[in-house]
Write a protein that binds this ligand. Structure first.
Ligand code: 4AD
Length: 470
């Protein structure tokens, strides 16, 4: 078709300032209904925003045929609507924009099939709406998580989902911007590896042209090697693969890792300082720049704003164990915390320190990966930390062992086949600085900042033990 130079206005931009102006919008038909033979109401949606469009028969301008055509448009069809903006005196229910478009022309760009597996209006309802409706004796259709994920392309069209993925992108973007401003260099490490980087059973094995190989469980080894390659400070944003066995609300088989690694000049607390500044900046930026998105998420999934301090609380692991003990919960001081005790500790920290974001450090060495540096004063503990939002882990980090002999011994003790990580160990033989870093699960940050109940809500096309499509 010839290029006409016509200008489209975004549905989300439509407000009173467009009063009496002619606009052209493109979007999807959320609903269409007729009132008699002379009027049709269309609700048109674009990227989570909706506007009511009124098609009324008018001599010379709008025919009955056009009203009939508008009424017959199937839900989710893509349309162009041309019309004049008006501002009604009453609030408009069922549309986000508080203006109406009085339609002159409507064109169907692409027709959607009539019986869609998900109705977006139903998929966008909050739990409270379902409760209100059922009390009023109304029958609304609940869209379950599995159906949502199977028909993800439709599910993504709800205002909350549109907002979740914009918030997610902002977190990724702030992470990158902040680390660049602190002198970190962005890198990309291989995702096909000869051996596992984290150990354990959660490894996807594959055949690499006749050689056993696996998908990277993290950029851990290669980001450390980049430090040995003299980059000083590096970060990576990339996919991470874990062959998780358990079906939980917070584990995926593929997620996006936000990783950083840096030389340490004096003390591993320098790494925690970066985490502290980075996350306070991320949360501040979300609160400052993403209010529209956070509101859209809250409308379907209500949540309280995250409580965090200007300087992030650092709690010693032993102090955490003591706090749990005082609350009547015994945990092994040389063991790990489980999901339940982590959550409980989160509640105790909130009560005592009024924060839902904190760092727990000096973990027992026995529960940390082989590359973790033991504490100098007590090798039963380590220079390592986890970071929590609302009682759930989003980050783990540590100082690393930079002595090749100790590293070899530790790898062997942890059951890692040392011959598969030979070049990594060797890289410490050519002179290696003290260094440390951390890894963040992007989906976990989104889930916990917005207090969502399932990590799958924060992944476009989640991969879990049951799902490898769409
Ligand atoms: O705790 P993890 O396994 O640590 C590492 O990968 C280290 N190499 C990081 C480091 O630099 N020391 O993973 C880091 C983060 C976790 O805190 C969690 O947020 C997330 O990655 N994560 C997962 N997210 C979703 N699904 C899974 N199966 C995850 N496993 C870990």
């Amino acid at each position: 078709k010839a290029v006409t130079g016509r200008k489209w206005t975004a549905v989300g931009d439509l407000d009173g300032s467009f009063k009496d102006r002619e606009v052209l919008v493109r979007g999807r038909v959320q609903t269409s209904r007729a009132v008699g033979k002379n009027i049709a109401f269309l609700v048109v949606r674009e990227m989570g925003f909706t506007v009511q469009c009124v098609v009324t028969v008018a001599p010379e301008l709008v025919s009955r045929l056009m009203v009939k055509f508008a009424t017959g448009l199937s839900r989710e069809s893509h349309v162009d609507v041309e019309g004049i903006v008006s501002v009604p005196g009453e609030p408009i229910k069922g549309a986000s924009q508080q203006v109406e478009v009085h339609v002159r022309k409507v064109y169907c760009i692409s027709k959607a099939v009539p019986n869609l597996p998900i109705n977006i209006e139903d998929a966008a309802r909050s739990e409270a709406e379902f409760e209100r409706a059922s009390e009023a004796g109304e029958q609304l259709v609940r869209v379950n998580q599995d159906t949502r994920l199977t028909y993800r392309v439709l599910d993504l069209r709800t205002p909350a989902n549109q907002a979740i993925f914009r918030v997610r992108f902002q977190i990724e973007n702030f992470f990158r911007q902040f680390l660049i401003s602190e002198g970190f260099v962005g890198i990309h490490t291989p995702k096909l590896m000869a051996g596992s980087s984290e150990g354990g059973a959660a490894v996807f094995r594959l055949d690499y042209k006749g050689t056993p190989a696996c998908l990277a469980q993290s950029p851990q080894l290669h980001k450390q090697m980049a430090i040995n390659g003299d980059f000083g400070r590096v970060f990576e944003i990339g996919p991470v693969f874990r062959a998780e066995d358990s079906n939980t609300h917070r584990h995926l088989c593929e997620f996006i890792g936000l990783d950083a690694e840096m030389e340490i000049k004096e003390h591993y607390s320098e790494v925690m300082d970066v985490v502290d500044r980075l996350f306070v900046a991320i949360f501040d930026s979300l609160n400052e720049n993403c209010q529209k998105e956070l509101q859209a998420i809250r409308k379907q999934y209500p949540f309280e704003p995250l409580k965090y301090l200007r300087r992030t609380l650092r709690l010693n692991f032993q102090e955490g164990v003591q706090m749990l003990k005082e609350a009547g919960i015994e945990v092994d001081p040389l063991g790990d915390l489980n999901t339940e005790t982590e959550r409980k500790l989160g509640q105790l920290v909130l009560k005592k320190y009024n924060t839902e974001f904190y760092i727990l450090h000096r973990y027992p060495l026995a529960v940390r990966p082989f590359y973790t540096m033991p504490c100098f004063d007590d090798p039963a503990y380590s220079n390592s930390f986890d970071v929590f939002i609302r009682g759930e882990e989003i980050i783990s980090g540590a100082q690393r062992v930079h002595d090749p002999e100790i590293l070899t011994t530790r790898a062997e003790a942890c059951g890692i086949k040392v011959d598969t990580i030979g070049p990594y160990i060797d890289s410490f033989r050519y002179g290696a600085p003290p260094h440390g870093g951390f890894g963040v699960g992007l989906e976990r940050v989104v889930m916990l900042f917005c207090d969502l109940n399932n990590i799958r809500k924060t992944s476009l096309y989640p991969r879990d033990p049951q799902r490898i499509t769409p």
